[in-house]
Structures are given as structure tokens and as C-alpha cells.
Design a protein around this ligand. Structure first.
Ligand SMILES: Cc1cc2nc3c(=O)[nH]c(=O)nc-3n(C[C@H](O)[C@H](O)[C@H](O)COP(=O)(O)OP(=O)(O)OC[C@H]3O[C@@H](n4cnc5c(N)ncnc54)[C@H](O)[C@@H]3O)c2cc1C
Length: 373
């Protein structure tokens, strides 16, 4: 292909897209706002699904390398109620179809697989416009503009490429996350860490929950989840050391101290993360020379565990279509015809699971969900 391809964003979607294109001899440039590969810690775990993320990694020729990153034992799942009573307990499965990897390690694998110079770090897209004579002009927060025949938005939730295709914007789902962490070895926290079991603990009740994951290095990372209106988000400052942690702990009054210790003893900066989602079933009319992959196309709550998996799958699928189909518009049409139903189904599941997790039937609804899976 002789067309110039600009991919905006070096997340799982953009990186997989560039990698699969390159394995077929097609060049692409990724423009990424972060200054370097190490600017931001990419903590957290991702379970990589057999039918999406793993398919993409095979297409990228990285499946064997991915297997070396798998963290055996960390796919165990436990659901408890506010008293710590175990309602569901699934031990780790060495043959799991959804093994867990560290998000940062997976990103590093994808970055290192690309030809040197593929990623232009420190290029924050400010705007993109269609040029009358064809192709696009990309303007960045700093530095000169650039041109491309084909522009692909892999720039996540607040995509600057998305407005080329649709006016849709993410809405707040009504659930927010606050990060928590426990350093390994704390004597006071030992019983709480043991209560996690081998992998992930989900302690849930209507409107709230504590999700804690125990890593192989003994570190515990996770989130407090709360259903709260937008006004509440604006009124709260969990970072205020005089009141923030206490207000957060107050949300769990009456819960087992084994569980509240994840909140009161957390040494993470209590970053508030409102969970947003694009409308379920979002689609757009074909726009010549432009499309979206990953969260830019179908941001959803993390409760189907699909976001990064689908982003990689989208990237691999789009690359495959561009390689197979000499006509770019035919390739983009074929990609989007598969993208829209795929993302609608996952976004629908994810929206329903958010209700399963924090609706009135929790925690029994969560135990039943895992029982069925
Ligand atoms: C708390 C939480 C837990 C999650 N757990 C899971 C899970 O277990 N499994 C799973 O599959 N998914 C999970 N997800 C979802 C997953 O993180 C995302 O769906 C996934 O990262 C999307 O990948 P992406 O490549 O589309 O976008 P992103 O990962 O958001 O990457 C976008 C990239 O674009 C860059 N960028 C943004 N704006 C610009 C700009 N203007 N110019 C240039 N670059 C830009 C960003 O810096 C970033 O590098 C979770 C999400 C959250 C919030």
C-alpha cells in the first residue's frame, strides 16, 4: 500500500494495528501524546481473552512472547458480601482461556515489536481536518502539522479523531472508581491480603464495592467502586489528607474490618476515575480515509473485561482488511461492518454487568454471574 497511514494513540489498539501492518510490510506512523514509553505507569492486570485478545496477538506474531508474560495463578476469582462471607470462589486454572498479564508488560511487548521510529512520542493531536484535495491534516499541541492519506483514531475515550466520524461523546455511567493499593508485607494488612485468595477479590453490595487484586510480588492493587451522581464527584476531594480517606471509609461503615482495611490502609494516591461509556450500538456513516479502533470507537465500562481485548482485536482486524483489500474504502467498509455488531454486543454486556455488580441484587447477582461463566 502506498498511502500514508497516521494512527493516533499508542494504546493496545493503535500498537496492534501498527504491528500487524508492519508484519505485512505496510508502514504506519503512530502519533502519541505521552512523551515516552515510560512517562506513565501502566499498572493493573488484563485478562486476555482467547476469542479476541489472543487472536490479535497471534495475528501480530506475538502469541508465544505473550505467553511468557502470563501470571499463573492470578486468574483466581472470589466474590464476598460486606461481612466477608464467601459466595463464589474459583481457584486459579493453569489452562485458563483468559490468562492475566500486566498491562505495562503487554504494552512494552507491543512497543518493542515495532520498527524503530514508528511511534512519534510527545505528539498530542489537537485537531484533524479533511483537506479539500484529499487526505487529512493533523495539528498537534506542539510542533509542525503533518499530513496523511488515512487517519485512524486509536486515541481512547476522549478521542480527537472521533468528531470526524460522529458527534457522539462518552456519558458518565453513574459509577466511579477510586484507586487503592497495599504494599506487600504490612503486618496489619496480612489477614486482609489473605482474604483475597489467589487472584481477585470482589466485595460488593448495592451501589458500592471493593475490588482488590493480589499480584505475584505480594502487592495488592484495586479499586473502590461507588455509584454516585455527578454533583457528588464535583464536591469530593479524596486527595485532601484531612478528610478524603475518612470520607471514603465512611462509605463502608458496617463492613468487615478485613475489607475496609483495603480503604483505610491504602497507600495509593486516591485518584477518582469516573467511568464513562459511549452509547451502546454507536455507529457512523462511512467517512473516506478515516476510522476508529478501541475505546475511541466503543468506550464501555470495564465490567465485561473486553476493552483492551477488543482494542487489540479491532487493530488486528483493521490491519488484516487493509492488507487483503487493495481498495482502502472497501477495506474500511468491511472492517466497520464487523466492528459495529461486535462492539454493540460487548457494550451491551458491559452495561448490563455494571447493573449486575452494583444494582439492588448485589452481591448474589455477581456470584451468579461468575457461576454461569
Ligand atoms: C479501571 C479499568 C479497568 C479495566 N480493566 C480491563 C480489563 O480487565 N480487561 C480489558 O480488556 N479492558 C479493561 N479496561 C479497558 C481498557 O483499559 C481499555 O478499553 C483499553 O485500554 C483501550 O485501548 P485503546 O488502545 O483503545 O485506548 P487507550 O488504552 O486509552 O490508549 C489510547 C492512547 O492514545 C493516547 N492519546 C489520547 N489522546 C491523544 C491525543 N489527543 N493525541 C495523541 N495521543 C493521544 C493515550 O495517551 C493512549 O496512549 C479497563 C479500564 C479501566 C478504566
Amino acid at each position: 500500500m502506498r498511502k500514508t497511514i497516521a494512527i493516533v494513540g499508542a494504546g493496545p489498539g493503535g500498537l496492534t494495528l501498527a504491528r500487524v501492518l508492519q508484519t505485512h510490510g505496510v508502514a504506519a506512523t503512530i502519533y502519541e501524546s505521552e512523551a515516552s514509553a515510560t512517562t506513565r505507569a501502566q499498572g493493573g492486570l488484563l485478562d486476555i481473552h482467547e476469542e479476541t485478545g489472543q487472536v490479535a496477538l497471534r495475528a501480530a506474531g506475538l502469541y508465544d512472547a505473550f505467553r511468557t508474560l502470563v501470571r499463573p495463578g492470578e486468574d483466581a476469582k472470589r466474590v464476598v458480601d460486606r461481612h466477608g462471607t464467601i459466595l463464589f470462589d474459583r481457584p486459579a486454572d493453569p489452562a485458563s482461556a483468559r490468562p492475566e498479564v500486566d498491562r505495562g508488560e503487554l504494552r512494552r511487548l507491543l512497543i518493542d515489536s515495532l520498527a524503530p521510529g514508528t511511534i512519534k512520542w510527545g505528539h498530542k493531536l489537537a485537531s484533524v481536518r479533511h483537506r479539500g484535495e484529499g487526505g487529512y491534516e493533523l495539528a498537534f499541541a506542539e510542533g509542525p502539522t503533518t499530513r496523511a492519506d488515512l487517519v485512524i483514531g486509536a486515541d481512547g475515550a476522549w478521542s480527537k479523531v472521533r468528531p470526524l466520524l460522529t458527534p457522539a461523546e462518552p456519558d458518565y455511567t453513574g459509577t466511579c472508581f477510586i484507586e487503592i493499593a497495599l504494599a506487600p508485607g504490612g503486618r496489619e494488612s496480612r489477614a486482609s491480603v489473605a482474604a483475597i485468595g489467589g487472584g481477585t477479590l470482589m466485595a460488593v453490595a448495592p451501589g458500592k464495592g471493593i475490588i482488590a487484586h493480589r499480584c505475584a510480588d505480594g502487592q495488592v492493587r484495586g479499586y473502590v467502586a461507588l455509584n454516585k451522581p455527578e454533583e457528588w464527584l464535583r464536591s469530593i476531594d479524596f486527595g485532601d489528607p484531612s478528610a478524603g480517606p475518612r470520607r471514603l471509609a465512611d462509605e463502608f461503615a458496617g463492613w468487615s474490618p478485613l475489607l475496609t482495611a483495603f480503604v483505610t490502609r491504602s497507600d495509593a494516591e486516591p485518584l477518582l476515575r469516573p467511568i464513562h461509556a459511549l452509547p451502546v450500538g454507536l455507529r457512523w456513516d462511512r467517512v473516506p480515509g478515516a476510522t476508529l479502533v478501541g475505546d475511541a470507537a466503543h468506550l464501555m465500562s470495564p465490567f465485561a473485561g473486553e476493552g483492551a481485548n477488543l482494542a487489540m482485536y479491532d487493530g488486528a482486524d483493521l490491519a488484516g482488511k487493509l492488507v487483503e483489500e487493495p481498495d482502502v474504502e472497501a477495506a474500511l467498509t468491511a472492517y466497520e461492518e464487523r466492528l459495529f455488531p461486535r462492539s454493540r454486543d460487548a457494550a451491551d454486556r458491559s452495561a448490563k454487568n455494571l447493573e449486575v455488580f452494583f444494582g439492588q441484587e448485589a452481591p448474589q447477582s455477581v456470584a451468579a454471574l461468575f457461576d454461569r461463566s
